[in-house]
Design a protein. Structure first.
Length: 334
């Protein structure tokens, strides 16, 4: 009941603010403002044409080996990730690990006994409620930045690239958001190997955490953090709703009795997850993130770096999301 009430409070607090902010009419005098719901056909066409043109131009400057060699040299030159940041990440990851173990010992492992959950649900509950708590904190944090940032990161895609330079000082709220995100994914990686219940997708989870840590570290190191913030905003809400639905499922059977109300509530949360998946990951991700990296970056910062590898990774991520959509639709059909 507490988790449900807290989730509703967060939703009703941030959703009206988000809608009001997102429905503001973009200023016509600002370069590269985009609407709330861009036309997918025209945007998709522009992405493909610009990316194809730039790819041919980059590859024509030398062989693939030379291109990657130049990209690696640029990475060494423009990647800035100090020891202080690494220390902050390790402190956060260690603190989260200790906090989880303490909370599990004090209360999280006792809750399944109080509600007499099934054995398998009781084993998975501590991990589920902990993940839900972390994702909730992380998404509220990143949503606050996206909604209230002076550069209007969701609409004004040119702001992602204006005044970019290697090693530029990162705003404190974004710096600590990155430290927290990389820290808790480092904690998740450790927990997946040594603490969590092993599942069939154990290897995929480990690979996912490693890739996430790598991408977050890279986007921070080369100072593409505005894009990283927007990606986290669109991705984390789905993880939050998925963990909420899984946690509610654990309470479907209590004391040997099945409660249809909990099942219906879990289904409602899953329906919200599906809607967010299609809106955020299949529509807004290419309309905002990929459009920014493939089109706006060239027009605003034509002499930027890592165009090809950065966009290829985002294309791969989008293809993976389309692939996962097949299983979501298949589950809905059943």
């Amino acid at each position: 009941a507490f988790v449900t009430s807290f989730g509703r409070a967060v939703f009703f607090l941030f959703y009206p603010l988000f809608v009001l902010k997102m429905c503001e009419i973009p200023r016509k005098d600002v370069f590269f403002d985009t609407p709330l719901f861009p036309n997918p056909m025209s945007v998709g066409k522009e992405i493909i044409e610009t990316f194809s043109k730039q790819s041919v131009q980059i590859l024509s400057q030398g062989s693939i080996g030379e291109t990657f060699s130049t990209g690696f040299e640029s990475l060494l030159k423009y990647f800035h990730f100090g020891m202080e940041s690494i220390l902050h990440i390790m402190i956060i990851a260690t603190a989260l690990t200790i906090l989880r173990l303490v909370l599990e010992w004090i209360i999280l492992k006792r809750i399944p006994k109080w509600f007499k959950l099934e054995k398998d649900s009781g084993r998975k509950f501590p991990e589920g409620i902990w993940n839900l708590s972390i994702y909730t904190v992380a998404w509220i944090w990143v949503a606050g930045i996206v909604i209230y940032h002076k550069k209007s990161l969701f609409f004004r895609l040119s702001s992602h690239w204006q005044n970019w330079k290697a090693g530029v000082e990162v705003e404190p709220e974004i710096y600590w958001l990155y430290m927290f995100q990389i820290g808790f994914y480092t904690h998740f990686l450790f927990a997946s190997i040594f603490i969590n219940v092993k599942r069939k997708d154990f290897l995929m989870i480990v690979v996912h955490h490693l890739l996430t840590i790598s991408l977050l570290s890279w986007s921070y190191g080369v100072r593409y953090y505005y894009i990283g913030v927007l990606v986290l905003f669109l991705q984390d809400i789905g993880d939050l709703l998925l963990e909420a639905g899984k946690t509610l499922v654990y309470f479907k059977v209590m004391n040997g009795k099945k409660y249809n109300s909990m099942d219906n509530l879990a289904n409602s949360v899953f329906a919200m997850f599906v809607c967010c998946w299609f809106l955020c990951r299949l529509y807004w991700f290419p309309m905002k993130v990929v459009y920014s990296t493939a089109v706006a970056s060239i027009l605003v910062c034509p002499n930027g770096h890592f165009y090809l590898p950065f966009n290829i990774l985002l294309f791969i991520l989008y293809c993976m999301q389309v692939y996962w959509t097949y299983f979501i639709v298949k589950l809905l059909y059943k």
